[in-house]
Design a protein. Structure first.
Length: 151
């Protein structure tokens, strides 16, 4: 005598459904998840117990019940992936008041600079021809070599 629970889940596949699911098993272009779901439905249609199907296919019994319920509700179309949460939408239209906030940021930027910020603005980052002398003044390249520039 078999041990464990007996499921009330029974499924009768029509000839068209069985043919479609068998075609999925032979297909090389269909996603693997769809092939696995089709295999679950075929085994359920053959009367195999849910736990044995889960072991054969390599999923849990909850997954077998999930896809069986979807198949019973929606047929073959129920075996398709539902859309996920997806990526958050990117705002393409300007938000009301965006120009005001840009103006506000521009006003803040035009205010006095700290000493550190002023030196960053005066001397651009990266490679330049200007060098600093040991005394701190800026040397600019000229035709006769490096010359002192007030600054």
């Amino acid at each position: 005598m078999a041990r464990g629970r007996h499921t009330a889940l029974t499924m009768q596949l029509t000839a068209d459904e069985r043919q479609t699911l068998l075609a999925w098993q032979r297909s090389t272009t269909i996603p693997a998840g769809s092939v696995r779901r089709g295999q679950i439905m075929l085994l359920l249609g053959d009367g195999m117990p849910v736990v044995q199907i889960a072991d054969t296919v390599g999923v849990t019994h909850r997954v077998v019940y999930k896809w069986a319920r979807r198949f019973l509700q929606d047929g073959i179309a129920g075996l398709a992936d539902k859309p996920g949460r997806g990526r958050r939408p990117v705002l393409t239209t300007p938000v009301k008041g965006a120009q005001d906030s840009q103006r506000k940021r521009a006003r803040i930027r035009s205010r006095r600079y700290s000493n550190h910020r002023a030196s960053r603005v005066a001397m651009p980052r990266g490679r330049t021809n200007a060098r600093r002398s040991p005394g701190g003044s800026v040397l600019q390249p000229s035709a006769r070599g490096m010359r002192n520039v007030a600054g």
